[in-house]
Write a protein that binds this ligand. Structure first.
Ligand SMILES: C[S@@+](CC[C@H](N)C(=O)[O-])C[C@H]1O[C@@H](n2cnc3c(N)ncnc32)[C@H](O)[C@@H]1O
Length: 467
């Protein structure tokens, strides 16, 4: 709707979901930076709080963020706030009338919602809260079903469910602007996906990865360990063209044993293209091919706007690459038929990450992002464990705990310079560029006696390499 351009000093309130806490700030920062906006928090910003107040944004910016965010539930134009209802009243009465009047005139319709975090209010108490706000001079008519404007009173009772205060710690009032994209988590759940595997990535995390990677319309996105293509599904939803590779012929061609309960073999159309078709984004599908991520198969060029991937950790799938320990002499070209599968050898995790960072440095466009999962053995983890590269700047590093001793970290890096000849060998010359070596034995540690109980738990709950 057209609003007066006299409206000034607007602040916006984000209401965030209380899961995946670590991933929220990098997501919102990435989405803001897509719009060329910095992150300007106000009002005693606390990262773990469900409410964040942001300055320096327009309503269009906020709508843009909410059109992408899976971490934010809703956004409001903040009209007032305080530690008590009386402070809220003072704050609301001093809010500029010209900011409010376009939404309160007599020809408009409205409703007021009451939302409480960490406390449930009786219906009668909600009504009392609304009645107590009569000092706000809404001149329009109430419409519960289809109001033009929705307002919300939000009460924050803290984050401790075992210690809920009688009165809220903080109260906000604002005009609802937009909801985030939490619905995507349900609509894209792998439970209802056409083609899945043992390590298909959870829908919510896939969208978070696409947001951390700042994937946008018409981007070209690549997943070198594509599996069943969950990350391509998420990126295509945000308008990117997608492609990928996997060493496993059956995965790429949708053949072999099914991962579905009660299905022995995969059906005729169980493949990544069909997954995109399921969500109406088939036109963004470029292709996938059988290829070993440790081998350079791409021409030397900055091809991709984002590289986004979930490498194998060797827990549910093997970490293999083509090649043999034996010193085989190369057969003459064409001696093998099309179906020849080269022998393979172990692909150590530290090599996987060195190759991945080198690949990103060579094949990302400048400013393009690499987003990937790094498995870590928590007792030995420190920030210095994260692999670095002279051409990539670390943007964020978020933990998802898997058990008391293991977690995986979502690493986001941005390309800042074109590689020079020696940059690909930086990990050999400088230990800062290959610090993950110590975690080489992640698989052994994961399955070690210390973790046996956790592995059992995880078999029932979540997979270290997917859901
Ligand atoms: C964790 S899974 C990826 C799951 C994927 N994100 C999904 O949603 O289905 C890792 C994948 O890497 C593949 N892989 C293992 N070694 C590889 C290699 N050397 N080159 C390419 N792909 C490889 C495996 O076949 C597996 O499909």
């Amino acid at each position: 709707m057209a609003t007066s351009n006299k409206r000034t000093c607007l602040q916006y309130l984000l209401h965030l979901a209380q899961d995946n806490l670590d991933f929220r700030l990098p997501e919102i920062k990435a989405l803001l930076s897509l719009r060329g906006k910095p992150f300007h928090p106000s009002l005693n910003f606390k990262e773990k709080s469900p409410f964040w107040c942001l300055d320096g944004l327009s309503e269009e910016d906020v709508r843009g963020i909410m059109a992408r965010s899976v971490c934010a539930k809703s956004a409001f134009e903040l009209w007032g706030h305080g530690q008590t209802h009386s402070e809220l009243k003072t704050s609301l009465l001093s809010y500029p009338a010209e900011n409010m009047s376009p939404f309160m005139h007599k020809d408009s319709t409205y409703r007021i919602n009451v939302y409480t975090f960490n406390k449930t209010l009786e219906f009668s108490d909600r009504i009392k809260r609304i009645d107590a706000m009569e000092y706000l001079t809404f001149e329009g008519a109430v419409s519960l079903k289809s109001p033009q404007h929705v307002f919300c009173l939000l009460e924050d009772y803290g984050t401790d469910p075992n210690n809920i205060p009688e009165h809220p710690n903080y109260i906000y009032f604002g005009r609802w602007i937009a909801d985030g994209q939490r619905e995507l988590i349900r609509s894209h759940s792998v439970k209802n996906r056409h083609f899945i595997g043992n390590t298909s990535m959870d829908a919510g995390l896939s969208f978070i990865m696409a947001n951390h990677a700042r994937v946008k319309e018409n981007d070209l996105v690549f997943d070198p360990f594509v599996g069943t293509g969950s990350l391509l599904v998420a990126c295509s939803q945000f308008g990117a063209y997608v492609c990928g590779t996997d060493i496993d012929y059956n995965t790429i061609h949708g053949k072999g044993r099914s991962s579905r309960k009660n299905h022995k073999w995969r059906g005729p159309d169980e493949n990544i293209r069909a997954n995109l078709r399921q969500y109406g984004t088939e036109k963004m599908y470029l292709d996938v091919m059988v290829s070993d991520a440790s081998k350079p198969v791409w021409r030397e060029a900055a091809l991709f706007d984002a590289v986004i991937t979930d490498p194998p950790y060797g827990i549910r799938e093997s970490t293999r690459r083509t090649g043999s320990h034996k010193d085989n002499t190369k057969p003459p070209d064409g001696i093998y038929g099309e179906s020849h599968v080269p022998v393979s050898q172990a692909y150590h995790l530290s090599d996987i990450f060195t190759d991945l960072l080198n690949f990103a440095a060579h094949h990302l466009v400048m400013g393009g992002r690499l987003v990937y999962w790094l498995p870590v053995y928590r007792p030995e983890y420190s920030e210095e464990t994260v692999p670095l590269h002279p051409c990539l700047r670390l943007i964020s590093n978020c933990e998802q705990t898997l058990s008391s001793h293991t977690s995986r970290r979502l690493i986001t890096m941005e390309k800042i310079k074109e590689p020079e000849e020696l940059d690909s060998l930086a990990h050999l010359a400088d230990p800062r560029f290959s610090p993950y070596q110590g975690h080489n034995a992640f698989r052994e540690k994961y399955f070690s006696g210390l973790n046996k109980r956790c592995v059992k738990d995880n078999d029932n709950k979540s997979d270290v390499n997917g859901e």
